[in-house]
Ligand binder design. Structure first.
Ligand code: BES
Ligand code: ZN
Length: 588
C-alpha cells in the first residue's frame, strides 16, 4: 500500500431524529517513498460525502476533488481523493445513512428503560466503512481522537479512553493512543450508568439492569489478573464492559477498553460469563496481535477461544473449563458435518466472499483445538512461555498465518524437534477436517449428563429419578444437545418441560437449545415463547439456527415469516441480512 492512514480525528454529531452521524474525519497519512502521485483510495458504504479537503503538515485545509468508484455489493464504494503528494492530512465532510450496516439506531421501546433512544456500532468485519471513510482492512493500524456531540440526556462511549466520571453535557472527547485496526472502531450513545468493578474495570448499562450487570460481572478484575499472569500485562489502561440492548447481533465484541456484550448473558448465576473471558482474551489475541486479513481470522478467534478456557480454568476450575472444551469439540464435529470442505480450512480462502461468511465454528473451535494440541504435545509450561513471547514479539502488529507459522517453527519446533514431529502443521492449517492425533478434550461431567439423557430416552430410568441436582448450565446444555439427534415425541417434550420448566428458563443458552428442540419435534406449547424470544433477542447465533429449523417444514416456514414480519424492524442490519437470506425475503 502506497499511502497509509496513521491517525484519525473524528468530529461527529449523533442526530437521533434523522438517524445519522454527521461531521468530519481527518485522516493523517503516511506515504511510502515510491508513492508518487497516487490518489488516496478509501473504503465507504452508503456514506453521503459533502466535500473533501487536504492540507500539508502545517498548512491550512483547502478543497480537493474526489470521485466515487463503482458500488460493490460486498465492498461498498471506493472514495478516490485527489490529494497531492504533499498532502499529509485529508478531511472528509460526510454523513451516514439511516440504514448504515455498521450502526443500529434503536427507538426507546427497544431499550431496557424504554425512555431514550440508543445507538451502537458493530464494525467487524467490514462495517466501519459505513460510518467512517477509511482504509477498512485489519492490516492497517491507526490511533484516533474523537469529539462526539449527543442529545444532553445521553452519554457517548467509544473504544478509547473514557472517563467514567465525565460530565453529562452532550459533548464527549476520546483518545485512543494505541494503534488499532478499523474493525475495532466503536461507538455507543444512550442513557447509561456506570458501576466500578475494581480500580480499572467497570460496567456500563441502562439504569434498570445496572445492578444485575455489576453482580454478574463481579469477577472481571480476577479475569484480567488471570490473563495477565499467563500472557503479560494488560496494555490498554481500563477494561470496561458495556451491556447493550437485546438486539445486539453478537454475544460480545472486543472493542478495545470497552467490550460490548449482549444482555442475554445476564443469567443471574455467572454461568455464561466465559463470554467476558473470551472478549477480554482478545486484548491479547486480536487487539494486540491482529489477523492481517480475514483469511487469518483463526489467529484472532482460535487463540482467543483457547485463552478463554485457560482463564475460565483459573477462575472456575478444571471441571468447568473441560466441560466447555467438550461442548466446543461437539460443536466442531457438528459444524464439520454441515460445512463444505473449503470452509473447514483454518487459513480459509474468502476470495469474492463477504468475510462474515468465514465466521463458523472452524476458526474458533478447530483453532482452539490446534492450540490445545500444541499445549498437550509440548507441555503446558513450555507452551505458556511460547505464547507469552508471541504476544510480546508481535505486539501492536497485524500478522498473517504464514508469520505465525514462521514464529512457531523458530521458537517452539526448532528447540523441541521430537514433539514437533507429532504435529502435522500443514494439515492443521491448510486441510479440511481435524488431523489424527488432535487433542481430545474429555469431561466426566459432560459424559454423565449425556448418559442421563440416553438412559431416560432408552426408558431405562424414569425422568423423575434422573438425578440432576446441582447441575450447571453446561451440563444442561450437554443433556439437551443429546436430543438434537435423538428424536423426542411431543409427549416426551411435555414430560421434560413439566419436570424442568425449560420453556420458562431464564437462561438464554438453555432456552435456545430448548426452543430448537421444540421446533424440531413440534412441541406447540413452546411456540408462544419462541415468538417472544425471536421478537426480543437479536443475537445472530440464536436467530440463524432457529429460523433455519423453522423453514424445514412448510408450516414452520409460514410461522417463521409471520414472526419475522414483526421481528425484522427491531433486528440489527447484520441480523436482518442473515434472516432475509434464510427466508428469501428482504427490503430490496
Ligand atoms: N469478534 C467476535 C465477534 C465477531 C466476529 C463479530 C466476526 C463480527 C465478525 C467476538 O469476539 C465473538 O467471538 N463473539 C462470540 C462470543 C464468544 C464467546 C464465542 C459471539 O458473539 O457469539
Ligand atoms: Zn471472539
Amino acid at each position: 500500500m502506497e499511502v497509509r492512514v496513521r491517525h484519525v480525528d473524528l468530529d461527529l454529531e449523533a442526530d437521533f431524529a434523522r438517524k445519522i452521524l454527521r461531521g468530519f474525519a481527518t485522516l493523517h497519512l503516511e506515504r511510502s517513498r515510491d508513492a508518487g502521485q497516487a490518489p488516496l483510495v478509501l473504503d465507504t458504504r452508503d456514506l453521503e460525502i459533502a466535500k473533501t479537503e487536504a492540507a500539508g503538515s502545517d498548512g491550512a485545509f483547502h478543497a480537493v476533488r474526489y470521485s466515487l468508484g463503482r458500488t460493490d455489493k460486498i465492498l461498498g464504494t471506493e472514495l478516490i481523493i485527489e490529494a497531492s503528494a504533499a498532502a499529509s492530512r485529508v478531511r472528509i465532510w460526510y454523513q451516514t445513512s439511516p440504514s448504515a450496516s455498521g450502526l443500529q439506531w434503536l427507538s426507546p421501546a427497544q431499550t431496557a428503560a424504554k425512555r431514550h433512544p440508543f445507538l451502537f456500532s458493530q464494525s467487524q468485519a467490514i462495517h466501519a466503512r459505513s460510518w467512517i471513510p477509511l482504509q477498512d482492512t485489519p492490516g492497517v493500524r491507526f490511533t484516533y481522537n474523537a469529539r462526539i456531540r449527543t442529545p444532553k440526556a445521553l452519554i457517548a462511549l467509544m473504544s478509547a479512553e473514557n472517563d467514567p466520571k465525565t460530565e453529562r453535557d452532550g459533548e464527549y472527547t476520546f483518545r485512543m493512543p494505541q494503534p488499532i485496526p478499523s474493525y475495532l472502531m466503536a461507538i455507543a450513545v444512550g442513557d447509561l450508568m456506570f458501576r466500578a468493578l475494581s480500580n480499572r474495570t467497570g460496567v456500563y448499562a441502562e439504569p434498570p439492569i445496572i445492578e444485575a450487570a455489576a453482580k454478574e460481572f463481579s469477577d472481571t478484575e480476577k479475569m484480567v489478573q488471570a490473563a495477565e499472569s499467563l500472557y503479560g500485562p494488560y496494555r490498554w489502561g481500563r477494561y470496561d464492559l458495556l451491556v447493550l440492548p437485546p438486539s445486539f447481533p453478537f454475544g460480545g465484541m472486543e472493542n478495545p477498553r470497552l467490550t460490548f456484550v449482549t444482555p442475554t448473558v445476564l443469567a443471574g448465576d455467572k454461568s455464561l460469563v466465559s463470554l467476558v473471558a473470551h472478549e477480554l482474551a482478545h486484548s491479547w489475541s486480536g487487539n494486540l496481535v491482529t489477523n492481517a486479513t480475514w483469511s487469518d481470522f483463526w489467529l484472532n478467534e482460535g487463540v482467543t477461544t483457547y485463552i478463554e478456557r485457560r482463564i475460565e480454568e483459573v477462575l472456575y476450575g478444571e471441571r468447568r473449563a473441560s466441560m466447555e472444551a467438550a461442548l466446543g469439540r461437539q460443536s466442531l464435529e457438528k459444524e464439520i458435518e454441515r460445512l463444505d470442505d473449503r470452509f473447514e480450512i483454518l487459513h480459509v480462502d474468502l476470495t469474492g466472499m463477504d468475510p462474515d461468511e468465514g465466521v463458523t465454528d472452524i476458526p474458533y473451535e478447530k483453532g482452539a483445538l490446534f492450540l490445545r494440541t500444541l499445549e498437550e504435545t509440548f507441555g503446558r509450561k513450555v507452551f505458556d512461555v511460547f505464547l507469552r513471547g508471541y504476544f510480546d514479539h508481535f505486539a501492536f502488529q497485524s500478522i498473517t498465518t504464514a508469520q505465525f507459522i514462521g514464529y512457531l517453527k523458530k521458537n517452539l519446533f526448532v528447540s523441541h524437534p521430537e514433539q514437533a514431529r507429532r504435529i502435522p502443521l500443514e494439515e492443521w492449517i491448510y486441510k479440511a477436517g481435524v488431523p489424527a492425533g488432535a487433542a481430545n478434550p474429555v469431561s466426566d461431567a459432560f459424559e454423565k449428563a449425556e448418559q442421563r439423557a440416553a438412559r431416560w430416552h432408552n426408558e431405562q430410568v424414569p425422568i423423575a429419578k434422573t438425578d440432576t441436582a446441582g447441575w450447571t448450565t453446561q451440563e444442561w446444555l450437554a443433556f439437551l444437545r443429546y436430543f438434537e439427534d435423538h428424536r423426542l415425541t411431543p409427549e416426551q417434550m411435555a414430560r421434560l418441560d413439566r419436570q424442568f420448566q425449560f420453556t420458562q428458563t431464564g437462561n438464554s443458552e438453555i432456552e435456545f437449545e430448548w426452543l430448537l428442540l421444540s421446533v424440531r419435534y413440534g412441541y406447540t406449547p413452546a411456540y408462544s415463547r419462541l415468538e417472544e424470544f425471536l421478537t426480543t433477542v437479536g443475537r445472530r447465533k440464536f436467530l440463524r439456527p432457529l429460523y433455519e429449523e423453522l423453514v424445514k417444514t412448510p408450516e414452520g416456514a409460514i410461522r417463521a415469516r409471520s414472526i419475522y414480519a414483526k421481528a425484522r424492524p427491531g433486528y440489527h442490519p447484520i441480523a436482518q441480512a442473515t434472516v432475509d437470506e434464510i427466508l428469501k425475503v428482504g427490503s430490496n
